[in-house]
Write a protein of this length. Structure first.
Length: 115
């Protein structure tokens, strides 16, 4: 259990049922969503980055490990750095066209967004 685990249990009510098992969102698990059922949007962003451009992929539905795996694959194919956090993939630089092509080839529904 992590040190911030208490925040996830704030609204838990005491139960006298000995068979009661408390489930968090992580325990219930959403399961893996197939790529063809995901609708991803690829944005170009310059805000809060000191004028540098970043490509952002939003709309990923799945667990954190799948998100990080997709991020690693995109970073490798583009040859740049980036990160995966808060359900978004951030790739350094303007690779919007290339990322849309890579996602479509991987079976995702992806399109450009944001101008």
């Amino acid at each position: 259990m992590s040190s911030n685990d208490w925040k996830k249990r704030l609204n838990v009510v005491y139960s006298t049922n000995p068979d009661f098992k408390y489930e968090t969102e992580e325990d219930s698990g959403t399961g893996a969503v197939s790529p063809d059922k995901q609708d991803l949007r690829v944005w170009l962003d310059r805000k809060n980055r000191g004028g540098k451009v970043a490509t952002i992929v939003k709309g990923f539905a799945g667990n954190e490990n799948d998100l990080k795996e997709l991020c690693r694959e995109l970073k490798t194919k583009c040859g740049v750095g980036g990160s995966a956090k808060d359900g978004e993939i951030i790739i350094q630089g303007d690779f919007r066209d290339r990322i849309v092509d890579l996602l479509i080839k991987a079976g995702y529904k992806a399109k450009k967004a944001g101008g």
